[in-house]
Design a protein around this ligand. Structure first.
Ligand SMILES: Cc1ncc(C[n+]2csc(CCOP(=O)(O)OP(=O)(O)O)c2C)c(N)n1
Ligand code: SF4
Ligand SMILES: [Mg+2]
Length: 246
């Protein structure tokens, strides 16, 4: 028997993300969690600059602040100070949160701001056409690394959740992926935990999502999943990196 699930209220309008993009799954999970927790109309979503901007209203039928590039950690902090009764959730790409906005991301975590941060790691600056970012894999071809990323020159891909997890006060850090139904179910639990932590006033939470970008990787969906399994996920291991609730 087919099981159908109605579309969450926050996602009733069409969006403009590419087919096969991981962002769509992450937004779906976030919308489901917020509705299930009774907070879908009591949340301010702070969007970084990147392909997540495809979900600016009307695509996301909730309150959104579009930040300047990289500043979502600071903006989400301000939202929570001004409206502690609402959920403040930052949603950012890897380039936004880990490159241009690294200082804001680390400082918000270091201060243990009571916010929830979701970062989507797709190994490139996708919105601007697929440039190399600090999470681009060794040897990965992008428009700015046409011979493959040379880590002797550029350094190795950064692991921001591991840095954030090292801050004593931070409550929760997890890394999931959209690669399969089983992993999507786990990812939903991570997002749910991160959202509940904020509802319960437990401090800073971060969920990173290893996510495909078929358009800029120039791969079909199946090839994206295969490459993620072979290269990206072994470097960026999945699971809860830190859970102070346990
Ligand atoms: C100050 C500033 N610098 C550069 C840009 C150009 N820019 C827009 S989106 C983007 C990259 C976004 O990449 P990421 O955060 O990884 O998100 P994705 O699109 O990959 O999901 C860049 C460099 C900008 N908008 N503002
Ligand atoms: S360019 Fe990549 S990250 Fe952006 S919407 Fe398309 S598939 Fe998603
Ligand atoms: Mg990116």
């Amino acid at each position: 028997m087919a099981v159908t699930k109605s579309v969450p209220r926050l996602l009733e309008n069409p969006h403009t993300l590419c087919p096969g993009c991981g962002h769509g799954i992450v937004f779906r999970l976030l919308a489901e969690v917020l509705e299930e927790e009774g907070y879908d109309q009591k949340t301010i979503l702070t969007l970084g600059v990147g392909c997540c901007c495809n979900m600016n209203p009307p695509a996301w039928k909730g309150d959104v602040i579009q930040t300047a590039h990289g500043r979502a950690g600071a903006t989400a902090t301000g939202v929570k100070v001004g409206r502690p009764d609402l959920l403040s959730i930052a949603y950012q790409g890897d380039g936004d949160a880990y490159v241009i906005g690294l200082a804001e991301t680390l400082n918000a975590a270091y201060r243990n701001e009571p916010i929830t941060v979701i970062t989507v790691l797709n190994n490139n600056f996708a919105m601007t056409g697929g440039q190399m970012s600090w999470t681009t894999m060794p040897g990965q071809v992008t428009v700015t690394s046409p011979n493959g990323r040379d880590c002797d020159i550029t350094g190795l891909p950064i692991k921001v959740p591991e840095i954030v997890a090292s801050f004593e006060n931070v409550n929760y850090v997890a890394r999931g992926t959209t690669i399969s139904a089983a992993e999507i179910n786990k990812l939903k639990k991570y997002i749910q935990t991160a959202v509940r932590n904020q509802i319960e006033g437990k401090g800073y939470s971060m969920v990173e999502v290893v996510s495909p970008c078929p358009t800029n990787w120039r791969k079909g969906v199946a090839d994206c999943a295969a490459w993620m399994n072979e290269e990206v996920i072994p470097y960026y291991p999945l699971g809860e990196l830190k859970n102070n609730n346990k």
